[in-house]
Design a protein around this ligand. Structure first.
Ligand SMILES: *[C@@H]1O[C@H](CO)[C@@H](O)[C@H](O)[C@H]1NC(C)=O
Ligand SMILES: *[C@@H]1O[C@H](CO)[C@@H](O)[C@H](O)[C@H]1NC(C)=O
Ligand SMILES: *[C@@H]1O[C@H](CO)[C@@H](O)[C@H](O)[C@H]1NC(C)=O
Length: 347
């Protein structure tokens, strides 16, 4: 009998999601770290539901009316800083984002996903689901990972989940570094953010937006270590991949070979990379998905039915939020927005 139970449990397998969300907004707002500050300190690129605003709170899964994510029940918001190119003449220009080549493929004539990010909710690693129970986040849950004030290599290395890949082709993976690539990357730079996946089981947020969570992440989509007793609840392992098309500046690179790329908080080393998450799946949809045994495309993707409902790329791209902060974030700029008096943080 004991034996039978063990075998049945070993057969349990929970789901892993990988999907695209196009850009929903690019502006200077940060409802998590700087709620109601308009504008916030630096520019962000945001994907997900349209309930995003400077003071958002509560169950945004019920407040949103559209989402830029492939899964139509996901009104969460996901965001990071924005990458800028600094020309030798001192002007800055936003680096465009481009989508994962393997997502949103609906045929030759389908539109491209508009920028955005690839989002993961995994429990084990990149190739297998594992079989530990995954508890979905609760409405109002939020967290951050990393910090814009990290300014040493040792500080950056201490976060195995926050890395960069110098893309040799659009499909390059692995070869991660804790700082910006030191040489031009033939297919752009991918920024990777793995969040912690151990929750204290009580707090939807904490004063520093991090201490209600604990990271046992080893980075690179390896299986994370077990959760400690202080943070015993295993939640989905969230990761973001953002592909920055630095190649559009290949004819303007600095002659001295220095790195011309900056995060929007004036960081050209890349050590301060960070990301924000606000949960917003409607009802029990994320738990329903986590309880399933699907992996990636099989959970549902444009053109393939699964446990989750999907929408077309055209509908993803249609969703947006009205800008609260109307400033130019995309032209050639003399300063990074909000950084006029900030201390530049470079090698
Ligand atoms: C922002 O969202 C909150 C709820 O999340 C809502 O109460 C508030 O009215 C919204 N503000 C604006 C300006 O839309
Ligand atoms: C710097 O170069 C860019 C690209 O040629 C140009 O658009 C921008 O106006 C220049 N800025 C200054 C201050 O000359
Ligand atoms: C997920 O699985 C748990 C444990 O088997 C079950 O109690 C819960 O009702 C399931 N939730 C959903 C939304 O399927």
């Amino acid at each position: 009998m004991q034996w039978f139970i063990l075998l049945v449990q070993a057969g349990v397998s929970y789901a892993a999601l990988r999907f695209a969300c196009s850009t929903v907004s690019i502006q200077r707002l940060d409802p998590l770290v700087e709620p109601s500050r308009i504008p916030s300190a630096h520019v962000h690129q945001i994907v997900g539901g349209n309930a995003f605003n400077a003071t958002m709170e509560g169950d945004i899964g019920e407040q949103g009316t559209c989402t830029t994510c492939a899964y139509t029940e996901d009104f969460s918001n996901y965001w990071t800083a924005v990458m800028y190119f600094r020309h030798e003449n001192g002007s800055y220009k936003r680096v465009p984002q481009y989508p994962n080549a393997q997502l949103g493929t609906e045929g030759r004539d389908a539109p491209d996903i508009n920028g955005g990010m690839t989002i993961y909710y995994t429990q084990k690693d990149f190739t297998s689901n594992g079989d530990q129970y995954i508890t979905a986040f609760k409405p109002g849950f939020r967290m951050t990972v990393g910090s814009p004030t990290t300014n040493t290599l040792a500080g950056a290395e201490a976060h195995p989940g926050l890395r960069y890949t110098c893309l040799q082709t659009i499909l390059t993976r692995g070869s991660e570094t804790p700082d910006f690539p030191q040489k031009p990357c033939p297919a752009g730079i991918m920024a990777i953010h793995h969040f912690p996946a151990c929750w204290d089981g009580k707090n939807l947020d904490s004063p520093d937006h991090q201490s209600h969570m604990y990271s046992t992440t080893k980075g690179g989509f390896q299986e994370a270590g077990p959760c400690p007793s202080s943070h015993p609840v295993r939640v989905p392992q969230i990761a973001y991949e953002t592909m920055w098309d630095t190649t559009v500046f290949k004819d303007m690179l600095p002659k001295d070979g220095s790195n011309p790329f900056f995060w929007s908080y004036m960081d050209s080393l890349g050590y301060g990379t960070h990301a924000d998450y606000v949960f917003g799946w409607k009802g029990d949809s994320l738990q329903r998905a986590m309880n399933d045994s699907c992996m990636f495309h099989k959970c549902g993707s444009p053109g393939m039915q699964g446990v989750l409902k999907t929408q077309s790329v055209a509908d993803m791209n249609k969703c947006s939020v009205t800008e609260t902060v109307t400033e130019d974030t995309d032209g050639w700029l003399t300063e990074l927005p909000g950084q006029m008096t900030a201390k530049r943080f470079t090698a």
